[in-house]
Design a protein. Structure first.
Length: 75
């Protein structure tokens, strides 16, 4: 897997392909140990079955019709 690392000594950031279980990585610039950098994820996968609001499921006219129908079982 490809990870970003930051050297503990020279503070340079570099990218390297390593195993996820590999703990020790050597800086290619100065040869000292580097730490893996973690970043906040901006792309979040939302499954198709997960709806965030009623507008994801029903159009406005469908929602109004459902609200008027007394035979609809409410949750």
């Amino acid at each position: 897997m490809r990870f970003n690392f930051k050297c503990n000594k020279c503070r340079r950031v570099f990218e390297k392909i390593v195993l996820a279980s590999q703990k020790v990585v050597v800086c290619p610039y100065c040869g000292k140990q580097a730490k893996r950098q973690f970043h906040a994820c901006t792309n979040i996968h939302v499954p198709a079955c997960f709806h965030t609001s009623r507008s994801d499921i029903f159009s406005d006219t469908e929602w109004q019709d459902l609200k008027k129908n007394p035979n609809i079982e409410r949750a």
